[in-house]
Ligand binder design. Sequence first.
Ligand SMILES: [Zn+2]
Length: 107
Amino acid sequence: MTIREYLRRRYLKVTAVCLTLGCVPSLLTVHYAPDNTRQRDWSYAIFWAAVAINVLIVRMTPCPRCRVPLGAAGGRLFTRRWLIDSCPYCGMSFDAQYQFGHHSHPR
Ligand SMILES: [Zn+2]
């Protein structure tokens, strides 16, 4: 697995969890209390909070080598438009193989 695949998988997982959790209150409101405007406003607020948290987590994802949060670079990875091919801080290529810790099993 390359760094790029690892990061993309991680971003997709975070997004799936955040959006799923963020949608639950809205879905419940639509199904059980469609006329409750206050509850509807709250469920919308929770959804956008989940989106914001999602963006924050993506931006705080650290580079596997130098541990510096990739920030906006990570966000660009997430859009699937690969504008960068390496870490902007340590220069590690995202096409390199991702190492699971320093004590990985010998192949
Ligand atoms: Zn780095």
